[in-house]
Design a protein around this ligand. Structure first.
Ligand SMILES: Cc1cc2nc3c(=O)[nH]c(=O)nc-3n(C[C@H](O)[C@H](O)[C@H](O)COP(=O)(O)O)c2cc1C
Length: 218
């Protein structure tokens, strides 16, 4: 079993990573494999909606690890998307990365690398904006049929710099409980699969947009 992390911080050893390390300790205790995709400080292209991925299944920007992440996602059993808070939202780089990963994997509204696998969002901040950042990251799980893992508080850790994160005792506890809950969910799903519990049949035939005239308008 494997959990794939995306660290949306430019700091490979920053506050966000301190929160993730607390989760990784639990996964290691439970013999669950982990891998952290570090977005780092390099420029990362946003999605341009060129739509070429809708034919090829691959993002046209091939240099920054999005396609490799989707390939790894196919083999993973759970996901943690983590971000520092920037002006009360997730970092621009995690948005760009996940938009392209999910858009290129989303054929006919089915995100087959991600669907039916648990996901958890983590937000790290000096002081405020964590719940807004969590809301934004949780949207990826909601559209991709991914059950969302919870903890004993919302998944946030406080600190301006990495060394402050361990002082957020409850934040660290929240990370440990989040990891334990993910382990439990992944094991339940794996047992269900082994025992022949069928996956839901997904309907995708209805796809509407909002440009139609309302004929009842006076
Ligand atoms: C551009 C920018 C905007 C920020 N906005 C917020 C904010 O809205 N709320 C907050 O509490 N901290 C904010 N911070 C502080 C970071 O969230 C905080 O330092 C965090 O620990 C950085 O995590 P990292 O070390 O993993 O990058 C901001 C930092 C930057 C660089």
């Amino acid at each position: 079993m494997k959990v794939l992390f995306v660290n949306g911080s430019s700091h490979i050893h920053g506050t966000t990573m301190k929160a993730l390390e607390e989760m990784i300790k639990i996964f290691e205790e439970e013999k669950i494999e982990t891998e952290v995709i570090q977005l780092g400080g390099k420029p990362l292209a946003d999605c341009t909606q060129c739509n070429s991925c809708q034919k090829t299944g691959q993002c046209v920007f091939k240099e920054d690890g999005v396609n490799e992440f989707v390939a790894k996602a196919r083999e993973a059993d759970g996901f943690v998307f983590a971000t520092p808070v920037y002006f009360a939202h997730p970092s621009g780089r995690i948005f760009s990365f996940l938009d392209r990963a999910f858009y290129s994997n989303g054929k006919d509204e089915v995100y087959e690398a991600f669907q039916f696998k648990p996901g958890a969002a983590v937000a790290v901040a000096r002081r405020g904006g964590t719940t807004a950042a969590l809301d934004a990251l949780n949207k990826y799980f909601g559209i991709a049929q991914m059950p969302v893992a919870g903890s004993t508080y919302w998944n946030m850790v406080h600190g301006l710099y990495a060394e402050e994160a361990p002082q957020d005792e409850e934040g660290m506890q929240t990370m440990r409980n989040l990891a334990r809950n993910m382990v439990w969910m992944m094991r339940c799903f794996s047992e269900g699969k082994r025992n022949g519990v069928p996956y839901p049949q997904t309907e995708t035939s209805a796809c509407t947009n909002f440009i139609k005239r309302n004929d009842n308008k006076r």
